[in-house]
Design a protein around this ligand. Structure first.
Ligand code: SAH
Length: 251
């Protein structure tokens, strides 16, 4: 018997991995994050599976489902939005499974930061501009260590992908202005890959107002940095004719 932590991807069911699709359509028990996983993905869960929406459950009741499945000798799919390793709270579930001696594995998924980058059609690693992507969040009920404060991270001028923070966008923009400058480009993607996906683009100066006018309050990815700006003309060496690599001789 096994528990599989499965990435549901950002919403579009065609962005599920082949493995996730197979597990979902054949599982006996599924615990899914109903507040974030799209209905189209939830509809794929095997019709006769025992289904539990984790939105209304605490850790103990989720673990009780795992225990019951162990007693019955059936596998469990624990479905998490995006990729399970990012803000998925899988660590505490794994520790509980370790204590119970229940085996588990993780099936990765397409994260929402990737779906948001696809929606805005931008490369997050632009040559000479940013070669680093930081996945982060503003402190909320969950605190963020001081060394990882938004102001500190901003000093590197990396491309920032900010989760769980759209309700604090005004405050966030103020914190980032110091290092990125007020005209730095920002994109906010609400429900990337869903039918009602919405993109709001602007600068650190005006993004707060634009987002509040758009009505976006949750389930949005914020991407900040010059890599997503216009007029960013630097070209990667990868396809340059003078650049040779393992698979191609230089000119
Ligand atoms: N494990 C998930 C993240 C879970 S935290 C992943 O890899 O994507 C929840 C946050 O993810 C939301 O507050 C939002 O910032 C982001 N998010 C999840 N789905 C999204 C989507 N379809 N579009 C934009 N942002 C999304």
């Amino acid at each position: 018997m096994k528990v599989r932590f499965v990435g549901a991807g950002p919403g579009d069911p065609e962005l599920l991995t082949v493995k996730a699709h197979k597990l979902l359509t054949t599982c006996a028990v599924c615990v899914y994050a109903g507040s974030l996983v799209s209905n189209e993905v939830i509809d794929l869960i095997a019709e006769d599976a025992d289904k539990h929406d984790s939105a209304g459950m605490d850790l103990a009741s989720i673990v009780a489902v795992f225990k019951d499945a162990k007693n019955r000798g059936v596998d469990v799919v624990r479905l998490h939005t995006g990729d399970p390793s990012i803000y998925g709270a899988i660590g505490e579930q794994m520790r509980a499974l370790d204590k119970l001696g229940i085996d588990y594995e993780v099936v990765p998924g397409v994260s929402s930061f990737q779906a948001a980058a696809a929606a805005i059609k931008k490369e997050l690693t632009a040559p000479e501009v940013s070669q680093t992507i930081i996945l982060t969040r503003m402190a909320g009920k969950t605190p963020v260590p001081d060394e990882q404060s938004m102001q500190r991270l901003a000093e590197s001028k990396s491309t920032l992908c900010i989760f769980l923070s759209v309700s604090m966008i005004g405050d966030l923009a103020e914190k980032l202005k110091v290092s990125y400058g007020p005209d730095a480009p920002v994109a906010v993607v609400y429900r990337a890959s869903w039918p009602d996906q919405l993109i709001v683009e602007g600068t650190l100066n005006n993004i707060g107002v634009k987002v509040s006018l758009s009505g976006i309050k949750k389930t949005a990815m914020i991407i900040v940095g010059q890599a997503i700006g216009v007029g960013n003309e630097a070209v990667s060496l990868l396809y340059d004719k003078s650049f040779s690599h393992e698979y191609r001789k230089g000119a």
